[in-house]
Design a protein around this ligand. Structure first.
Ligand code: CUK
Ligand code: CUA
Length: 649
C-alpha cells in the first residue's frame, strides 16, 4: 500500500467504478438511479480527504479485517477485540469482571478462574486493566495467548486465543498494585508484572513515615507453562526494587534478550501527606532532574533462584535488593525527569524513554549499557547500594520531540512513532538520525499508540491507532462522562492521515496490541462435553438419553442437555434448602449453535457454546416456581426452549 491519491476523480472512479464530476452514475439495477459521488459528497459535506479515508477503511459486508487489535478495556476489567482497518468491534472478552453474555463469572468453572484473583478473602469484581501482551515466539507475536495486568489489584490474567476466553487469574500479596504489566519475554518464558505504588512487601503494616526503609517495589517474573497454557506460580520469582514508583516496563529482545527495562518516577521517595505538612505527591515526586531506568538481567536472576539465593515472602521467591545489586541483577541508569514509556526497538539495541516533563525522547544504547556493566564503570551507587551508570555514557542520543512524550512504537522502515500527550499529536521520527519527520494531530490527550505489530522484532508499519482520552467534541453528547477515542492513522502516505474515529465507551483502555489476523486460528466448536477451562471432557457431561436428576440427601445433581430447541429435563423439582449441582451439556456440534441458560431470581446465566459443558452450584433458598429459558435466539422455536425450576416449600 503505497498510494496517495492526487485526484479523487481518478482514484475513486478507478477503485469504485463510480462516475465522477456530475456524470451519470451506473444504474443500481433496481430501476432507480443512484446519486453521483459528487452529489453524495455534497449532500454529506465530505471532502476528498474524507472520501479517501472512507475508501481505506470501508470493509464491505462479509469481508474480513487484515489485523486484529486486542485493547485493554480499562476500568471495565475486560479486553476489547477490534478489526483493522474497519475498526469494527468484534468481541468483549470477560476477564476480571463478570460478563453475562459469555456466562463468565456465573458458572463454577469461571467462578474458579475469578477466585484466582482474590486478595485476602475478598472477591474483586472490577479491574483497572492497562497493558495487554500477546504471547511471543522469538520476539514476534505467535497468536496463541494474551495476558493483561490489573493495576488496581496487582493481578495478571491469561486468555487462551484458541477460544478467546480467560483461563487463569493470578495475584501475589507480595505487591499491592502494578503498572509495568503485562509484558512478556521474547519466548514468553515469563510474564512480567512490576509494582507501581510501593507498599511493604507481603502486605505487612508499616507507617508511611517508614517509606524509605520499609516500602518496596518489585518485578514479578511469572513463569508461563506453554504446554499447560497456564502460569506456574511455583516456578515464578520476583526481584525487590527500591520504592521509586516503577512505571512501565519492556523486555529486551534479540541483542538485549535476557534483560528487561523498567523506568521509575520517584527517586525523591515522596509518599504524600499534603495534610500532614509534606508537599503533595505530584510535586514531591517531580523535584529531581533525573530518575532511574532499571536495567535487569533476568537470566542472571534465574541463576540466583536456582542457586537458592532468595527469600520467600508471601509465597513468592524474592531476590532481595542487596543481592540483586551485588550480583549484577539490577543496575540503574539516570533518565530524564519523571519519564513514562520505555520501549525497546525491533533490533533490541535501543531503549526509547519518553520524557513526560521533558521535550525529549531519550535513546539509550543497550550495547553501551552492557559494556559499562561488564567494565563495572559506575558513577556511584544509590542509597540502597544499586550501582548507577553515567547518563552520557549510556545514551546514543536524544530526539527533540515536543511536549509530553509518552509511548513509542515502530514500523518496518526504521521509523519510530511517539505519542505527545500535551501537544496531542503523534510524532514520526527517524531512529537513525533522531530527527522528527512528521506530526499528526489527534483528538485529544493521546496516551498510548499502537502500530501493526509495532512492539515486536518485525513491525509491519501500515496502520497505527492513537489511543486518546476524553473525546471532547468528536461525537454526539452522552452526558458528562466522555468516551475514549481510538483514531486509526494511515502510515503509508508521506503525511500521516487520520482515517477513522472509534469511540470506546467502556473504560480507559491505555494500551493495545495489533496482530496480523492470519496468525490467529480460533476453534469453532468444543469437543462434545468439553469443559473449556479444564480443556477436557467433563466427568459430569452427559449424552442424549442419559439425562437424569439424582438426589443424595439434600444434594441434588441435575444432568441436563441442551439441543435445539429444548432442555432435557425441562422441569426440575427440588426442595427448599437443597444444594443443587446443575450440569448442562450443549449437544450441538454446529458452529452457530450456542444456547444460553438462565434461571429467574437465582442470578444464573450460562452460555453454552457448541459442545460445551458447564456446571453451576447453588442453594435452593427461595421456594417458588422459577422459569428457566435459553437466552440466545438459537432457532425458530427458541422461545419454546424453556422450562421450570420448582422449589417446593
Ligand atoms: S499507561 Cu495509561 S497512557 Cu498505564 Cu501505559 Cu501511558
Ligand atoms: Cu437455545 Cu434459544
Amino acid at each position: 500500500m503505497r498510494s496517495i491519491t492526487i485526484s479523487l476523480c481518478v482514484s475513486v472512479t478507478a477503485v469504485a467504478g463510480l462516475a465522477c464530476g456530475g456524470g451519470k452514475a451506473p444504474s443500481t439495477g433496481g430501476g432507480g438511479t443512484s446519486s453521483t459521488l459528487t452529489d453524495l459528497m455534497k449532500a454529506r459535506g465530505l471532502s476528498e480527504i474524507d472520501v479517501q479515508a472512507a475508501l481505506k477503511t470501508y470493509t464491505p459486508s462479509g469481508k474480513l479485517d487484515e489485523y486484529m487489535v486486542f485493547a485493554s478495556g480499562g476500568h471495565s476489567g475486560q479486553v476489547i477485540v477490534i478489526g483493522v482497518p474497519s475498526m469494527r468491534i468484534l468481541k468483549y472478552i470477560g476477564v476480571f469482571t463478570p460478563e453475562p453474555w459469555q456466562g463468565y463469572g456465573f458458572d463454577n468453572q469461571t467462578k474458579d478462574v475469578m477466585a484466582g484473583g482474590k486478595r485476602g478473602d475478598r472477591d474483586l469484581t472490577w479491574a483497572d486493566t492497562h497493558h495487554p501482551a500477546l504471547s511471543e515466539s522469538g520476539g514476534d507475536y505467535d497468536g496463541k495467548y494474551l495476558f493483561i495486568g490489573d493495576k488496581a489489584n496487582a493481578r495478571i490474567a491469561v486468555i487462551d486465543l484458541k477460544d478467546f476466553a480467560t483461563k487463569q487469574i493470578v495475584t501475589t500479596e507480595l505487591i499491592g498494585s502494578d503498572h509495568g504489566a503485562a509484558f512478556v519475554t521474547p519466548n514468553t518464558d515469563y510474564v512480567v508484572e512490576t509494582t507501581q505504588y510501593a507498599t511493604p512487601l507481603g502486605g505487612a503494616f508499616a507507617d508511611l513515615k517508614e517509606y524509605k526503609d520499609k516500602y518496596r517495589g518489585a518485578a514479578v517474573f511469572w513463569k508461563f507453562d506453554r504446554d499447560k497454557g497456564r502460569i506456574d506460580k511455583d516456578a515464578s520469582f520476583a526481584i525487590e526494587f527500591p520504592p521509586y514508583v516503577q512505571d512501565l516496563a519492556d523486555a529486551g529482545k534479540k541483542v538485549s534478550d535476557g534483560y528487561a527495562f523498567f523506568n521509575s518516577i520517584n527517586t525523591e521517595l515522596a509518599w504524600g501527606g499534603n495534610a500532614e505538612g509534606n508537599p503533595p505527591m505530584e510535586s514531591g515526586m517531580s523535584q529531581n532532574d533525573m530518575d532511574y531506568l532499571h536495567v535487569v538481567n533476568w537470566r542472571k536472576a534465574e541463576e540466583l533462584i536456582k542457586a537458592g539465593k532468595f527469600e520467600t515472602i508471601a509465597g513468592m521467591k524474592v531476590i532481595r535488593l542487596a543481592t540483586a545489586a551485588e550480583e549484577g541483577v539490577l543496575t540503574f541508569v539516570p533518565e530524564p525527569k519523571s519519564p513514562h514509556g520505555v520501549d525497546v526497538t525491533p533490533d533490541g539495541e535501543d531503549i526509547v524513554v519518553g520524557g513526560k516533563l521533558d521535550t525529549h525522547g531519550t535513546v539509550f544504547s543497550f550495547s553501551k549499557i552492557k559494556a559499562l556493566i561488564e567494565q563495572k564503570k559506575y558513577e556511584g551507587k544509590d542509597p540502597y547500594g544499586v550501582p548507577i551508570l553515567a547518563f552520557k555514557d549510556a545514551i546514543r542520543g536524544q530526539v527533540e520531540l515536543g511536549l509530553g512524550p509518552l509511548h513509542t512504537q515502530f514500523d518496518d522502515q526504521g521509523n519510530a512513532y511517539t505519542s505527545l500527550f500535551l501537544e496531542t499529536v503523534v510524532a514520526k521520527w527517524s531512529l537513525k538520525d533522531l530527527k522528527v519527520l512528521d506530526k499528526v494531530s489527534t483528538h485529544y490527550n493521546i496516551g498510548h499508540l499502537v502500530a501493526a505489530e509495532g512492539d515486536t522484532v518485525s513491525p509491519d508499519g501500515r496502520f497505527l491507532i492513537a489511543m486518546n482520552k476524553w473525546a471532547l467534541d468528536r461525537f454526539n453528547k452522552v452526558g458528562p462522562l466522555l468516551p475514549q477515542n481510538f483514531q486509526l492513522v494511515d502510515l503509508t502516505t508521506p503525511k500521516m492521515q487520520v482515517l477513522y474515529d472509534l469511540p470506546l465507551p467502556l473504560g480507559e483502555p491505555h494500551y493495545a496490541q495489533m496482530i496480523k489476523a492470519d496468525k490467529l486460528a480460533p476453534i469453532e466448536i468444543y469437543a462434545p462435553g468439553e469443559d473449556p477451562i479444564r480443556g477436557e471432557v467433563s466427568p459430569f457431561a452427559v449424552t442424549g438419553g442419559k439425562e437424569r436428576v439424582e438426589r443424595q440427601g439434600d444434594q441434588v445433581h441435575v444432568y441436563m442437555t441442551a439441543i435445539r430447541s429444548h432442555f432435557t429435563p425441562d422441569i426440575v423439582r427440588v426442595k427448599l434448602g437443597d444444594t443443587v449441582h446443575w450440569h448442562v451439556t450443549n449437544l450441538e456440534q454446529a458452529y452457530d449453535a450456542t444456547h444460553g441458560f438462565a434461571i429467574n431470581s437465582y442470578n444464573i446465566n450460562l452460555s453454552l457454546e457448541p459442545g460445551e459443558h458447564s456446571d453451576v452450584t447453588f442453594k435452593a433458598d427461595r421456594a417458588g416456581v422459577f422459569p428457566m429459558y435459553c437466552t440466545e435466539f438459537c432457532s425458530a422455536l427458541h422461545l419454546e426452549m424453556a422450562g421450570y425450576l420448582v422449589v417446593e416449600p
